[in-house]
Design a protein around this ligand. Structure first.
Ligand code: TYD
Length: 139
């Protein structure tokens, strides 16, 4: 069985500087994020009813942030499943390797920001759920 599990995935609370001109949150590498940040990308303009992800990563660590709006992140390590509703830009969701995830229920104008531990590499993706289950039971 894979040594990675949902127990390692958790929400992270980022610092908040509240101000009547608007609030500010900051994220520092090597401080708030449990891996060196190598990439940032974001998903936006998501049409109603769309789903994203539906894959796992072999080695990649990520933190998802609802920069704006809300969406649901469904995690599955092959043994248990858990859903996180992200709707605050001062929370992140850390997702370790070898966890299947899909994202749905995007609100209009939502923006999903992702901090990632490595650059894009298609060979790091497992896009077939059956292969994912085989792989975690072999590890
Ligand atoms: P993908 O990760 O499959 O999207 P999702 O968020 O739904 O899981 O990526 C969609 C497409 O974008 C795919 O063709 C790969 C490309 N892509 C990059 O080129 N660079 C990146 O950093 C990412 C995340 C995706």
């Amino acid at each position: 069985m894979s040594t990675w599990s949902l127990e390692k995935c958790e929400t992270i609370s980022f610092p908040r500087i509240n101000d009547n001109r608007g609030n500010l949150t900051f994220i520092e590498g090597q401080n708030h994020i449990p891996f060196p940040i190598e990439r940032f990308y974001y998903i936006y303009d998501v049409p109603g009813g769309a789903e994203r992800a539906a894959h796992a990563h072999v080695n990649l660590h990520q933190v998802y942030i609802a920069m704006s709006g809300s969406f649901d992140v469904h995690l599955d390590d092959g043994r248990q499943r858990r859903t996180y509703s992200l709707n605050r830009s001062y929370f992140g969701l850390y997702i370790c390797p070898m966890v299947w995830r899909h994202i749905d229920n995007f609100s209009s104008n939502s923006v999903l920001g992702v901090l990632a531990s490595a650059r894009y590499d298609e060979s790091d993706y497992i896009r077939d759920y059956g292969q994912f289950l085989e792989r975690i039971s072999a590890e």
